[in-house]
Design a protein around this ligand. Structure first.
Ligand code: PGA
Length: 231
């Protein structure tokens, strides 16, 4: 079983999301996880959560206790409305919300204490890749997680592949995936994300050490995403 995750980012509205669910039909053994904007989580969970189909949040506060954190949403709140998965550390959150490795790890721990499964995004910029520093950079991003005892889900998303149509070579993806796994004694799940679509998904999902995909743009089309989920 692979994990096929969607990330809607800040896209869609009530009508769009209702239509998406009506049009999404996939006959698959894979676990499908759909990351929605927070405001649509609760109703979507009530209507659509199933054993192999889960709704995910796209971010969470790093603060575990309730308090004066205007605009934030806690792991307890996500748990309260039935969220079972949450993306953290997406490069867009690292860029636009100034998140760093420390806060991503804090978020991971908050989620874990409410039994929500984090999907931890990591990935290097083109500059880092071209300077051949990508392996060290990813080692730094996952350093804090080395003490975690549970099974971790990472989504390796090179920033230069997100929304660009550029996909790393099979060798580059496999190299990074085994590099990530080499830091851990326990089983670690590695998804690949960045310009995944129904044309390249089978090849990516068949790669050694790749346990699933995280799909942005192509997930907004329900038929396209269903094809990815079935690949
Ligand atoms: P993309 O985005 O599939 O549009 O490249 C992936 C992501 O940002 O998770």
């Amino acid at each position: 079983m692979k994990i096929i995750a969607a990330n809607f980012k800040m896209n869609g509205d009530k009508e769009f999301i209702d239509n998406w669910f009506q049009n999404f039909e996939a006959d698959t053994e894979n676990l499908v996880v759909v990351g929605l904007p927070a405001i649509y989580l609760e109703s979507s969970i009530q209507n659509f959560n199933k054993s192999n189909f889960k709704i995910a949040a796209q971010n969470v506060s790093k603060f575990i206790n309730p308090g004066a954190y205007t605009g934030q949403m806690s792991s307890a709140m996500l748990n309260d409305v039935g969220v079972e998965f949450c993306i953290v550390g997406h490069s867009e959150a690292r860029e636009h919300l100034c998140e760093d490795n420390e806060s991503v790890y804090e978020k991971y721990n908050c989620l874990k204490s409410f039994s929500i499964t984090p999907i931890v995004c990591i990935g290097e910029s083109l500059e880092i890749r071209e300077a051949n520093n990508h392996l060290d950079f990813i080692s730094d991003q996952i350093e804090k997680f080395k003490t975690a005892e549970d099974k971790i889900i990472f989504a390796y998303e090179p920033i230069w592949a997100i929304g660009t149509g550029l996909v790393p070579t099979q060798e580059q993806i496999e190299e990074m995936s085994s590099h990530i796994k080499s830091h851990f004694s326990q089983q670690v799940t590695v998804l690949y994300g960045g310009s995944v679509n129904s044309k390249n998904s089978s090849e990516i999902l068949n790669m050694n050490n790749i346990d699933g995909v995280l799909v942005g743009g192509a997930s907004l089309n329900a038929e396209e995403f269903a094809n990815i989920a079935q690949s």
